[in-house]
Design a protein around this ligand. Structure first.
Ligand SMILES: [Zn+2]
Length: 356
């Protein structure tokens, strides 16, 4: 066999071997490797070209044409195999990503307001309907609004009972987390007077308060609703009437109340308020410790010193104020035995309470 025929045969077998391996390729990256293997600078076709130099000059163009034909045949085959593989891959991907839109969805659980928030809203709403305005105040307070203006001077023993969280000193006035919502009483009255207002003034202030305490009935953060009213001739009778209406509306039935003399620095006289046990209707049970009564809040007539601290003339005006623990009232209404349930975020508890 002449040299040129041998080269032609070599080209033919190279072409058929290449075409076979192209059609056997399983991926586009396999094809890229084959392209390098056959058509690359150091590829099989280049190897064949090295033999062309041994041919006589007149035969070289002939074999050159063969080489070019083989080269373009291989390139064309590679392109079409590549297009086919890419199409197959796309079809497979679409198939894999197919979504059956007729399947039912997973759905997400429906949320509800936290029972404490429900209680807060409910209580504020009752007072709102009686004509009380809703007010808010800062949770970071200074000693003046949290203590001094409420007739609790620096050496007063009542300060120790508040288990206060103090914050880092900021200048002359130490800051603290408010231990009750009563500072809102001070801020609201003071702002009202500063703006030239004159009583009557009736306000309800719901919010978070903080004390350094934690057990079955105490949490370091809890909620209070502060209620106060200032006008001419406001008496304990008004206080009792508002309390009875509020508590009966909140519990959804007529509740009996009693006021027991007590001491608070910011009210004079002061009274603790009990309601007739809502579980046994006063007959005596475990919850009321067989007394038939449950203590629910502290109240009284606003101390003249407090009115003076905000610039209200205590000879002309008087007022009542009370502060109630929101968690405690919600626990009584819904029969929740442990305060900590409110803060542990057990979804089963929240779901059950949220549905009510
Ligand atoms: Zn009872």
């Amino acid at each position: 066999m002449s040299e040129i025929d041998a080269l032609k045969a070599q080209l033919e077998s190279l072409q058929s071997e290449a075409l076979n391996s192209f059609s056997a390729a399983e991926s586009v990256s396999d094809l890229q490797q084959l392209r390098v293997q056959y058509l690359g600078k150091k590829g099989a076709l280049t190897e064949v070209l090295k033999g062309v130099g041994k041919l006589p000059p007149e035969e070289r163009p002939v074999i050159g044409q063969h080489v070019n034909k083989t080269k373009s045949a291989l390139a064309e085959a590679l392109d079409s195999c590549e297009a086919e593989l890419a199409l197959n891959a796309k079809v497979a991907r679409i198939e894999a990503e197919r979504i059956d839109v007729t399947l039912p969805g997973c759905g997400s659980g429906r949320g509800a307001l936290h029972p404490v928030q429900q209680g807060l809203d409910e209580m504020a709403e009752i007072f709102s309907q009686m004509g009380f305005q809703i007010a808010e105040g800062p949770e970071v307070e200074d000693e003046f609004h949290n203590f001094d203006a409420l007739n609790i001077p620096p050496e007063h023993p009542a300060r120790a009972m508040h288990d206060t969280f103090f914050l880092k000193d900021a200048g002359d006035q130490p800051l603290l987390l408010r231990t009750h919502t009563s500072p809102v009483q001070i801020r609201t009255m003071k702002r009202f007077v500063d703006e030239g207002g004159q009583p009557p003034l009736a306000v309800v202030a719901p919010g978070r308060v903080y004390r350094c305490d934690y057990d079955v009935t105490h949490s370091p953060m809890f909620h209070q609703v502060e209620v106060f009213m200032v006008d001419r001739d406001v008496s304990m009778g008004h206080l009792k009437g508002v309390l009875k209406h509020f508590l009966s509306t909140y519990f959804g039935k007529e509740v009996s109340i009693r006021l027991r003399p007590h001491y608070f620095p910011f009210t004079e006289p002061s009274a603790e308020v009990d309601i007739g046990c809502v579980f046994c209707s006063g007959k005596g049970c475990r919850i009321c410790k067989n007394s038939g009564w449950i203590e629910v809040l502290g109240s009284g007539m606003i101390h003249p010193h407090v009115l003076k601290s905000v610039g209200i003339n205590s000879d002309e005006y008087s007022g009542f104020a009370f502060g109630l623990g929101v968690e405690r009232l919600v626990m009584l209404k819904k029969g929740i035995p442990d305060l900590r349930l409110f803060f542990e975020n057990d979804v089963r508890f929240l779901r059950r309470m949220g549905a009510n």
